[in-house]
Each structure stands twice: as C-alpha cells, then as structure tokens.
Write a protein that binds this ligand. Sequence first.
Ligand SMILES: [Zn+2]
Length: 188
Amino acid sequence: MAILPIVTYNDPVLRKETRKVEENSDELQTLIDDMFDTMYNSRGVGLAAPQIGQDIRLFVMDTDAVTEDIEDEPDLGPMVFINPEILELKGDKIKMEEGCLSIPDVRDDVVRPETVTVKYLDRNFEQKTIELSGWPSRVVQHETDHLDGQLFIDYLSAFRKRLHRSLLKKINKGTLKVEYPVAEKVGS
Ligand SMILES: [Zn+2]
C-alpha cells in the first residue's frame, strides 16, 4: 500500500505510447493496489498508469463516489482495466465537465458519446466485455485516452484552452499548490 506521486501536465510520459501488459505478476498486483490508494487519496474516480509514470496499458476506476447519488447509474465498485480496447462508441453526444488528476484545478466541458463498449482483462486476467453509460462510460473514455497519450484538454477549443493558460503554466512550473503528492518536474 503506497500513495504514488502523480505526474502532471507536460510530463512526456503522459504523451508516450504505452505497452500492452503481457503477464500477471506480484509487481503488477502491487501496482494496482497502489494506484487505487493513489486515486482515492486524491479523490479521483479514475487513474491511468502513465499518470504514475508507467507506460503500460492499465487503468483503475471507481465511480461510486459520483454515482451513489444518481438513481439510474449503477455502483460498480473498484474496477481494473488491463489492455482495454474500445469496441464501440454510440448514443447521443453528451457534454460533461471533466477534470484530471494530472491537470489539477482545470475543469471544462468535453463532448463524448454516451455509451462505450470496452473489452479488457480484469485484475485476475479474465477477459471481460462491458457496455457502460453515464459516469463510468465517461471515465473509461477519458482513461483510455491517457493510454493513447491524449488528455481531455486536447478536445478544447483554442479559446477555451487560452482561458486555462495561466493555470497550465503554474502546473508546468510546479508552482501550483496541489493537495496530493505530485511528481517533481524534470529539471526543477
Ligand atoms: Zn486524466
């Protein structure tokens, strides 16, 4: 059990191509536990491996904190997605406000399809396929983007991005006060 420092905006690992996880191991199981600790400690609902400096295709999710007050959304509990593959995106395009533990304090609306079908290995390396809507769908799409080097702010217009510029600069310099451990900036 350990809380890992979260890497923040402009760290190259967030843009790196990630590798498939080839096999289960004690190290992998420990990493998954640590990722949950890290996510809960920072009050996140999802955390992808690149965000703790690992270039592998793995993310964890627990949306119960946001779904427990929403009547028609299921409480799924903690979920692990190894080598996730989005099979289908469908439904209405929904606008929701997103944030990211790697881009602290920055929040903005992102439009994404309502429903996702994702194939993945769970933490026991069992193959699963699940269709999700609402918050879990949103998190799966956001976290899978992380594994492809993509961040939610990439979806924003130049105008919207400009509104966040001073905050992004502070994050880059490492001068923004963050309430959870973040990785030190290279060269700072
Ligand atoms: Zn994120």
